[in-house]
Write a protein that binds this ligand. Structure first.
Ligand code: UN1
Length: 478
């Protein structure tokens, strides 16, 4: 019996047949975790990577030590001086090559993301696709880091804006998007002429900008630490995203969207839908249809075809889910489906729907699990008030066909989040837009649009090409 168990444990490890793909991306049962100055290094502590679907060890990683970090930072400081002088379109060409390399290993890398993080395979592959898309975006951007020319009020004067690199950009990412979020930052930072360090780094004065993704609680600490040395911070923190379903909505479209937004990635996206606000006229229909589709959600190994819900990332996440459910019940939440963990070796929990009042404390917090709160409203005004009543402000969405609702929703008295959608889920944003949110979500914007400006310093240059010294504001001096 014991022998059998030992054998099974071994099979679950790196030598397992379905883990063979890892060798195709240069991984083995023991790996160096630190890439410094062109070589892999690691003289720090050894950690294990674990499969969240069965909590078995996959492989070992020897982390970088302080010395490795120092060596890396010195190399980075030197490289930054050279890199910033490379013409931006040439920098874009390097990023294009990174994109090509990722493209050639898309499936293996997507599988790796699923295996380590626990998200289902199509989402793992989608995440790698997102970094490839970012590379493409950054290549185009490398020819468009344009500044403006401003008319000067003084004769023979010229004003213009120059965008110059910051130097070194530090990136701290979260477990749930181990690759895409690095891409949002690194691809842009690189074409802007910066070098990028991916680690924990808040205190290091050599790092000009720290881009942090994680909880509001930790983000605040990072911001305080970085602000103390007058560094710049870009924060992408907790969300608590709502979907509003009006009584004219396309209900099947809304239900499919809520399913993806609430159950996708096992509720571990910052853009996960956590609150569903339904107009009283269609409340019962929407809830019934949702309960029906929730019954069909296939839970299991994220690498298996057809699985919709994989495990949570760690046993601690599963404990937090259990604790969360207790709090929900104690604050009057009524569990409509789910609410329990699934007994297994992995960190599986049931997809859960809770009927609850929008005013209780627990609804204002982000529980990183597939738990959806449903609530009823009568008017759009009331729905917007509920949408805006939480500390976080990342994403939100409305389902309606009425232009008057749509424009109210995206206008000054509408949703206060950074991402404001109509007839699509709260998650799955495209890279072309600026990604990020307001309030406790931190205010940063990553990926597309003009997010690149955060990775550069702006110089306002006034150039006098005449022989006189006319002063601004009409001042006569001496
Ligand atoms: C996150 O959860 O930290 O819009 C990012 C989305 C993804 C990114 C999520 N493109 O859901």
């Amino acid at each position: 019996m014991l022998q059998k168990k030992t054998l099974r444990k071994q099979e679950m490890g790196f030598s397992r047949k379905d883990y063979e793909f890892l060798t195709e991306i240069g991984l083995s049962s023991s790996n160096l975790g630190c890439f410094v100055n062109g070589t892999w290094k690691g003289s720090g502590p050894t950690i294990s990577t674990v499969n969240p679907a069965n909590n078995q060890k996959i492989a070992e990683v020897i982390e970088g030590s302080i010395q490795d970090y120092e060596e890396g930072m010195q190399a980075c400081s030197e490289a930054a001086k050279i890199w910033m002088q490379v013409p931006a379109p040439k920098r874009g060409d390097i990023v294009r090559q990174i994109g090509d390399a990722l493209r050639s290993k898309l499936l293996q890398l997507g599988r790796l993301v699923s295996l380590e993080m626990g998200k289902i395979l199509p989402e793992g592959i989608g995440e790698v696709q997102e970094i490839i898309d970012m590379c493409d975006f950054a290549v185009g951007l490398s020819r468009q880091l344009n500044g403006s020319i401003i008319p000067s009020e003084r004769p023979n004067h010229m004003m213009l804006e120059m965008w110059n690199p910051l130097g070194i950009v530090g990136v701290i990412t979260a477990f749930n998007f181990p690759c895409a979020v690095l891409g949002w930052n690194a691809c842009i930072a690189l074409v802007c002429g910066n070098c990028v360090v991916w680690k924990a780094i808040a205190k290091d004065r050599r790092i000009h900008l720290v881009s942090f993704t994680g909880s509001s609680k930790v983000g605040l600490k990072v911001q305080q630490t970085v602000n103390e040395r007058f560094g710049k911070c870009l924060l992408e923190l907790s969300g608590n995203n709502a979907i509003i379903v009006m009584d004219d909505a396309d209900i099947p479209l809304a239900v499919r969207s809520v399913l993806f937004a609430a159950v996708g990635t096992a509720g571990q996206r910052c853009t996960t839908c956590r609150r569903l606000l339904v107009h009283e006229n269609v409340y019962q229909t929407v809830v019934d249809q949702l309960l029906d589709v929730y019954k069909q959600v296939k839970i299991g190994d994220p690498l298996e075809k057809g699985t919709l819900l994989g495990p949570l990332h760690t046993p601690t996440s599963r404990k937090n889910f259990e604790k969360g459910i207790e709090i929900i019940k104690s604050q009057g939440g009524k569990i409509l489906t789910g609410g329990g963990i699934i007994e297994s070796e992995g960190n599986f929990v049931q997809p859960t729907i809770v009927e609850i009042s929008p005013n209780v404390d627990v609804v204002k917090e982000e529980l990183f699990a597939p738990v959806l709160y449903v609530m009823k409203f009568k008017t759009l005004k009331e729905a917007i008030e509920i949408n805006n009543s939480v500390p976080q402000g990342l994403s939100s969405s409305i389902f309606t066909r009425k232009p008057e609702y749509i424009f109210k929703w995206i206008g000054p008295q509408g949703s206060d989040t950074g991402i404001v959608n109509v007839n699509i889920p709260t998650n799955g944003a495209e890279i072309g837009g600026a990604f990020g949110g307001e309030k406790a979500t931190g205010g940063g914007r990553e990926a597309g649009s003009d997010s690149w400006k955060q990775y550069m310093r702006r110089s306002t240059c006034t150039i006098n090409y005449g022989n006189e010294l006319p002063l601004a504001q009409g001042i006569n001096f001496g």
